[in-house]
Design a protein around this ligand. Structure first.
Ligand code: NDP
Length: 326
């Protein structure tokens, strides 16, 4: 027997409960893994609270991230004793996920834990951190360098935002944090922000073009703030957009694109090809220290997950939330 968080739908409402399961309850996939840690991302919050249509079938074990050790393998790719990271691929949405002491996984979903990285640190990073790295790589691809000017990050005190600030600072960029929580200023400076600006100052709908302020940007919130970031981006700059914590709309015009050569690059971590994610994990290992990661994370138990799922949906969580399993 082992413990897992199980979601059921009763009278149209999602109910989350920690239950005892048996290995035979798990779906039939080639790898059996003892899960060390999982984490809570915004999407997990939506799934567990039933806020968004994330889960496609019930019962579901949520958890889009996990790190652990292979205990049974019917695959040539991984052997018993290998440590792996799994993020995305609709696990925790369509397939049973990581908020469980044991999981069965497809090998193609997994990447080896990079040498020198612990499963704890991998889950502080998790989907949020992988996405932050992919956003930074998108800015690099677009030619945004530390010499280009300031890079703005929205939703900065959240998971993606916190890791993005740390990565940008490690690479020598001047990162400007946008937050709706003034009390987060000292945390954001500790994460690597060169300065902090208020969410309110970015929420006024932008004119088609505004004064050029940003060489680049990483947006986790969407809507008016993304519209303003685009209107304020320098000639030839780029914005990497990955989230919708503030809304899925995008009020903008073609002006930043056709008059300032601005690039809007979408970033997805869920179906990101394995080669790209392997490179991203190697870079995360090189750029983030265990001390950096400890500062931006808190660890909770499986029983506390429903409470933290509410908090993340309400924008009340700082940095990354880890779930210790075995
Ligand atoms: P978090 O909840 O940890 O962070 C989101 C942050 O957004 C909050 O901390 C808050 O930052 C800010 N925020 C919250 N509500 C609002 C609002 N109404 N208006 C403006 N800002 C708001 O979430 P994650 O960092 O895990 O995820 C961020 C976003 O990125 C989510 O939309 C998520 O779905 C998306 N995402 C996308 C991925 C992809 O592959 N494309 C992968 C991972 C995440 P502050 O308090 O500093 O203002």
């Amino acid at each position: 027997m082992f413990k897992a968080l199980v979601l059921d739908q009763i009278d149209g409402k999602t109910k989350a409960e920690v239950r005892d399961l048996e290995v035979s309850d798990l779906p039939n996939e080639p790898l059996l893994v003892d899960v060390d840690y999982s984490s809570i991302n915004y999407k997990d919050g939506l799934a567990i609270t039933g806020t968004g249509r994330i889960v496609s079938q019930f019962p579901m074990v949520p958890g889009i991230d996990l790190a652990g050790t292979v205990t049974e393998s019917h695959s040539d790719e991984f052997s018993v004793g290998d440590t792996i990271i799994m993020t995305g691929w609709s696990v925790g949405e369509r397939f049973w996920g990581g908020l469980s002491e044991k999981a069965r996984l497809k090998p193609e979903w997994c990447v080896p834990l990079p040498p020198g990285m612990t499963s704890h640190d991998a889950m502080v990073i998790g989907t949020a951190g992988l996405t932050a790295m992919l956003c930074v790589m998108a800015l690099e691809d677009a030619g945004v360098t530390p010499e280009s000017g300031e890079v703005v990050v929205s939703g900065a005190a959240g998971g993606v935002g916190s890791v993005a600030l740390r990565l940008l600072a490690a690479l020598g960029y001047e990162a400007v944090a946008i937050t709706g929580r003034a009390e987060m200023e000292s945390y954001l400076i500790a994460m690597g922000a060169s300065r902090v600006i208020s969410r309110d100052s970015m929420q006024e709908p932008a004119k088609p073009l505004e004064k050029q302020r940003w060489a680049g940007g990483i947006d986790t919130v969407g809507d008016t703030i993304l519209g303003r970031m685009l209107a304020e981006t320098h000639y030839g700059g780029a914005i990497a957009a990955c989230g919708l914590a503030g809304g899925y709309k995008l009020p903008t015009t073609v002006m930043p694109f056709i008059l300032r050569n601005v690039r809007l690059q979408g970033v997805d971590s869920v179906m990101c090809p394995k080669e790209t994610r392997t490179v991203a994990w190697q870079r995360l290992q090189q750029l983030l220290s265990s001390e950096d990661l400890a500062e931006m994370s808190q660890t909770i138990s499986l029983e506390e997950v429903p409470e933290y799922a509410e908090k993340i949906v309400n924008g009340q969580v700082r940095g990354r939330t880890l779930v210790k399993l075995t």
